[in-house]
Write a protein that binds this ligand. Structure first.
Ligand SMILES: [Zn+2]
Length: 406
């Protein structure tokens, strides 16, 4: 843990101080136009998506049927016998692949995750986390990143870990192969353009993943993160008025009562999209810590000192600190159909309406940030992108120096 902690501290300090030029904190309307429309499936016939699609070796992607759904909702599950045996479809038969992350290996370790942001309520949550001296993983939606890039930068600056939660929050198994690629890569690009970080962990919306979607994500360099059964806070139902704040707290209290019997740690599912979910998040954090759980981001949970695809470090994580090896995104799937069914498919989360976003764009100053055609390895990087990459390089150098002094 010492290595990971030091690396994390170095990353926090260096990334925090170098990645925060205020000029990058806003996205101009012009730049936003270079992205697909928010909260809808991106066009798969664009040149950039075709290029991303070509990065995948399609001979290795299982040919599973595309699920039926009213996009962007989670798909309708067919009866168990109609689900192909090699699907390993988490939402519909609870199957977990060997390289899915659904728990923290160490006892008392608490993988703290917040999905669907950034939102106007996220800074309030960040304040609470800072007071508690805790870092979490934020699984962000590309469309929200465009609206609140400054909040994403604040998350990085304050040492939190960023993962992807797709571009428009559609159920992945109901998308075509090309749509899956576009949903992941557009969100990845949004995070990269704002922070210079190429994400490595993702959470499929609704946890909706099967072996087809997993393999596409793996080939794009991603580790799939679900959550621990029984540790879904269902906080999103508070604004939906199908559950009360008190019921969420009561359910969490019940989950905490199972901690002494657990063989490892847990990963919880919460959301930072709504005022009500951020309101309850503070209570849940206090309760969990009081019960002896140690909250942490997913990188720490799995002891991964390489929490981004574009961070390169010399040392491997200390094996003594993790009972389960760090997930390898390139590792082929091993289907485990013996695991019990996971939680039922959830309702979709309402996204901020385009009119609200447009309103914000009117208010915010327009400062050019990146050339939207810039992708990894492209020579067309704007000065801002070059700045982030330079900062990234300095960050890595700093980390390397720290590692060498250990
Ligand atoms: Zn979500």
């Amino acid at each position: 843990m010492r290595t990971v902690s030091l690396v994390s501290v170095a990353l926090i300090i260096t990334v925090g101080t170098l990645f925060m030029p205020s000029a990058m904190a806003e996205m101009s309307k012009k730049q936003q136009k270079e992205y697909p429309p928010k909260d809808v499936l991106p066009d798969v016939n664009s040149e950039i998506v075709k290029k991303w699609v070509d990065e995948v070796d399609w001979s290795k992607v299982p040919k599973l049927p595309v699920a039926k759904a009213e996009i962007p909702n989670s798909p309708d599950c067919p009866s168990e016998k109609l689900i192909p045996k090699d699907a390993c479809w988490w939402t519909c038969n609870g199957c977990v692949a060997a390289d899915d992350i659904e728990i923290c290996p160490r006892e008392k370790a608490w993988g703290l995750t917040y999905d669907d942001g950034p939102s106007p309520d996220t800074p309030r949550l960040l304040k609470k986390l800072k007071q508690a001296n805790v870092t979490s993983t934020f699984f962000v939606i590309g469309s929200r990143v465009l609206e609140h890039p400054e909040t994403l930068l604040q998350e990085v600056k304050e040492g939190h870990h960023i993962g992807l939660h797709t571009w428009s929050h559609a159920g992945m198994t109901s998308l075509t192969n090309e749509q899956v690629v576009a949903e992941i890569k557009w969100a990845e690009k949004a995070v990269f353009d704002v922070t210079g970080l190429k994400t490595k962990y993702w959470r499929p919306p609704y946890g909706d993943v099967d072996n087809r979607v997993r393999e596409i994500a793996r080939q794009l360099g991603y580790v799939t993160v679900i959550w621990t059964k029984e540790w879904d806070s269902n906080d999103w139902q508070i604004p939906d008025k199908t559950i009360t704040n008190k019921e969420v707290i009561r359910n969490f209290k019940w989950a905490l009562s199972t901690v002494p019997k657990l063989k490892g740690g847990v990963i919880t599912l919460e959301h930072d999209l709504y005022t009500q979910t951020v309101n309850v998040a503070g209570s849940l954090l206090d309760m969990g810590m009081k019960k002896g759980l140690e909250p942490m981001d997913i990188a720490r949970c799995v002891n991964d000192p390489h929490p981004y695809q574009n961070s390169v470090l010399a040392k491997k994580p200390e094996s003594t600190d993790a009972k389960k090896p760090v997930a390898d995104p390139k590792k082929p799937a091993t289907v485990d159909t013996t695991k019990p069914a996971g939680s039922a498919a959830q309702k979709p989360f309402a996204a901020t309406t385009p009119s609200e976003a447009d309103k914000k764009a009117e208010v915010n100053p327009t400062i050019s940030m990146t050339d939207s055609t810039t992708t990894k390895g492209s020579a067309k990087s704007s000065s801002a992108t070059q700045l982030t990459l330079t900062a990234s390089g300095v960050a890595l150098l700093t980390i390397s120096v720290l590692m060498m002094t250990l």
